[in-house]
Design a protein around this ligand. Structure first.
Ligand code: AMP
Ligand code: FE
Ligand code: FE
Ligand code: ZN
Length: 294
């Protein structure tokens, strides 16, 4: 793994990861990483604990987020680095997203009950406690109830888009996700572009102020890492990477610290978040504004 390396894509119990922020940071230090980016889905709730743990362990914690959005019927994930976790506009959007997610999860609990697979709403809420409620928490409850052998099987059979337990939820647009990250003082990075069916969104996001692209990702084939690295350099984007670690046995098949970038990538993200690198910073100066994003 080498000294001076950063894993910039990590989840915790603040969203659908199974390790607490302090544990993630402690393990990162033990593994010899120079730092980690904490990128929970639609929340910054894990950032304060992670920052404190980083100070104790002597490694750098990059405050981050992974915002879900939708474009052309598929999910587009946008990472935000060096955001201000207390930014009012960001906080307002995150509160709305959490409410929408709880309502949707309740409807999915009803839906799987109709399929003859009742799970306790309270148990799902316990599994999601303190975090961003999502399908993984319902999937874990279904595993506990013995309906499926694994979270993966719960998704494959019931919870994926197009499966009988799936309920859609409202999303931001990817451009809105980029803009709110910039307004909150962060640098926006397109997550795992190799998972997109349609790359067409990339040009639009560059127009909205995208700062980087995640080329190094566990599910990217070596030629995709090359391809997105080249594309990023051509578009003037910072080329990033991370493991998307969610805890043992959950999420992509990579361990914490298995996909990393060197410190100069982190410096470039910090610089661009502050308004450097061709970014006028204008969007951020009007950051306190509360109105429609678009
Ligand atoms: P939600 O936030 O409710 O839309 O659920 C999306 C989350 O579920 C993602 O962040 C992944 O962590 C997880 N996920 C998505 N697809 C799968 C799958 N096929 N198997 C296991 N986990 C998945
Ligand atoms: Fe996840
Ligand atoms: Fe993602
Ligand atoms: Zn992720």
């Amino acid at each position: 793994m080498g000294a001076g390396r950063f894993d910039l894509h990590v989840h915790t119990t603040a969203s659908d990861g199974t390790w607490s922020p302090a544990r993630v940071v402690g393990e990162a230090a033990r593994l010899g990483l120079a730092g980690v980016g904490i990128t929970d889905h639609d929340t910054v709730a894990g950032v304060p604990e992670a920052l404190a743990a980083g100070e104790r362990a002597g490694i750098r914690v990059v405050p981050g987020i992974e915002l879900g959005s939708e474009y052309g019927g598929e999910e587009v994930h946008v990472l935000g680095y060096f955001i201000d976790p207390g930014h009012p506009r960001l906080a307002g959007i995150l509160t709305w997203l959490q409410e929408v997610r709880w309502r949707r999860l309740d409807r999915m609990v009803e839906r799987v009950a109709e399929l003859g697979l009742p799970v306790s709403r309270q148990r799902v809420a316990e599994l999601a406690a303190g975090g961003t409620p999502g399908r993984p928490h319902l999937a874990r409850a279904m595993v506990e109830a013995g309906y499926v052998g694994s979270v993966e099987e719960a998704f494959d059979r019931y919870l994926e888009r197009g499966r009988p337990g799936y309920v859609p939820r409202p999303h931001l647009s990817p451009s809105d996700a980029v803009r709110v990250i910039r307004q909150a003082g962060g640098c926006a990075v397109l997550a795992h572009p190799g998972l997109l069916r349609d790359d067409g969104v990339i040009a639009e996001l560059v127009g909205a102020g995208l700062g980087g692209i995640e080329a190094r990702y566990p599910k990217h084939r070596p030629e995709q890492v090359e391809e997105y690295g080249r594309l990023g350099r051509r578009l003037g984007l910072i080329v990033t990477g991370g493991s998307d670690f969610h805890g043992p046995g959950v999420g992509p098949p990579a361990w914490l610290g298995e996909v990393t970038v060197p410190a100069d990538v982190v410096e470039a993200l910090a610089h661009r978040a502050r308004g450097g690198g061709g970014d006028s910073g204008e969007e951020r100066r009007e950051g306190g504004r509360t109105g429609p994003t678009a």
